[in-house]
Design a binder for this molecule. Sequence first.
Ligand SMILES: [Zn+2]
Length: 442
Amino acid sequence: MQALLLNGSRPNDPIAERAQAVAARPGKKICNRSSSANPTPSSKYFGATMRKIFLGVFILCVMTGCAAPTLISSPPPAAIEADYALTNATLIDGTGADPVSDAVLLVKGERIVAVGSAASLTVPAGVKSIDLQGATILPGFINAHVHFAFDEQKLETWAQGGVTTVRDEGIVSDLALEDLLALRDRTRSDSRIARLVSAGYMMTVPDGYGDLFVTSPEDARQKAVEELDAGVDLLKISLENGYAGQSGLPLLSDEEMAAIVTATHERGKPVSGHITQGAYLERMVKAGVDDVGHIPYDYINPDVLKAMVAKDIYFTPTFTVFRNYGAPISSCVSNLRQFLKLGGKVALGNDYGGGPGDFELGIPMYEIAQMSRAGMTPMQIITASTLNAAHVSNLEQELGSLVPGKIADILVVNGDPLTDLQALTQIRMVVHNGIIIRDENP
Ligand SMILES: [Zn+2]
């Protein structure tokens, strides 16, 4: 694997070097402005995009006479600044790409600045190197379906357990929303505790399943806007007829759901949908939610699963809560298998606190075991737990994969989770916002 640097270039990339030389010339404001207007690097396509932009800048500069770049001699590649390096371990970047053996990952401040194999990326002189022989480096895990997460002690336990972000899928609290969101905001700066993403209150109709009631499409839109104005990260809606002894609960109308989804998407935020029965999946998919929480244990029409895949709607299965209710897990597993065969995407979430019984804080290994039963490979499970969970949390640009520019949330485990998923429980180090918050490296 070629090393990737924060500026999107590769070492000894002549085009990038020339462009850096152009951009570095004093008094050439147009060029500088053009070259600094780049988005945060966040994908494997970034290198190619950067090269196109640099070429564009070069051509613009030549046309406007603003620079006469020296093309004959290139300066040496810009030195990479880093605080420390993780080295001598296998790296799984969260995208599903092949693992990189003998990897080097450089961190500066809260960000990853370079990733590559030792053959392609040298640890800069003077930078502390942390030898992780025998370990695997992964993105910090994300549990994309929890409740009762507005609790610093729990958030610390999650972070120490390698889960550096949790998505609260419906507030259950008597505290005021602004106080809860103030705690959410503190989780963005306090690296001891897991980052918290909040879906606000689950939206439904009066006497329905949820905590925020809407009475018409207009009211649904207004309540959605109010929650978004208050600062929640996404919205959550339910279509729940009832379970665990309840039945016949009233439901949101298609118009009300559409009003909520439209208002939320207008703000660039996602909507998560709650169902437990296959019969309601079609309406949820038509409403255009971004992910569906809970994979039903009854019949699901395959055409609806196909529509989900076509619309890129993710499933967050939450086997743990079904187990705790005594539901037939094998049926959930076969529904997930069917979804996967159609090309469906999955995110990790266990519905912590969403029902009776025990839920794992830290990495939810029961979820992972059921994903494996449904036919997911260890690599697919890792992607579901990192990049896909970041996607449904609307944090894909910042988290979920180990690429330059993203926040350094990193889990290091002993052994190889690709051959034995139990390795995920053998935590050696946790990095959150670039800070090593758990260190059991010998
Ligand atoms: Zn839930």
